[in-house]
Design a protein around this ligand. Sequence first.
Ligand SMILES: Cc1cc2nc3c(=O)[nH]c(=O)nc-3n(C[C@H](O)[C@H](O)[C@H](O)COP(=O)(O)O)c2cc1C
Length: 206
Amino acid sequence: MRTLLKLNTSIFGENGASSQLTEAFVARWLAAHPGAQVIERDLATTPVPHLTAEVFAAFSAKRGERSTAQQTAVDASDALIDELKRADVLVLGLPMYNFGVPSTLKAYFDYIGRAGETFRYTENGPEGLLTGKEAYVFAARGGVYAGAPSETETSYVRQFLSFLGITDIEFVFAEGLALGDAARTVAFESAARAIEQLADASRRVA
Ligand SMILES: Cc1cc2nc3c(=O)[nH]c(=O)nc-3n(C[C@H](O)[C@H](O)[C@H](O)COP(=O)(O)O)c2cc1C
């Protein structure tokens, strides 16, 4: 059975443009993958704490060497990683806030980027351990950045997911959402077309 993990990060909850796009993709994907399991996580309503030196040290410490607080943090990290490992498909809502990714997404990444768990160091450099997954990223932003050097979200998210071994990544953009109703309509229509194509083309292996 295929499993999809939907990660929303919009501060506007289900009303967020990125959340609407992830929802549209999941609905279409489920129609093409009946019986699949969907796991939902909202990083805006249930944020991951910021990484601290104490927690970072706990990641590489043995169970009995950790304080109670450290063990709690590692348990939370383990749960996030297990959830991601179970997923064949990752669907990520990606708003742009102040020219970057939501800080909740960065905090989440800091909790799942763990040596020995999601990547490992080898003689040839780091190697991602979360291979064989598809990722779909739904980027919503007020302005238009396609191809501009100031657009750093795409390269950052691609870099991080690839580092963990998730290299099969598709981005869908809804840009210019603050530029008036007409621009908004065009952006959503374009994203809707991409969603239909990608959801239908997503691998149908059991
Ligand atoms: C706090 C905040 C910061 C924003 N910063 C930017 C920005 O730097 N560039 C931009 O194009 N749009 C910016 N926007 C507009 C959002 O990208 C736009 O509202 C988008 O729909 C957010 O995604 P969401 O609706 O899924 O939350 C910002 C919006 C908010 C609320």
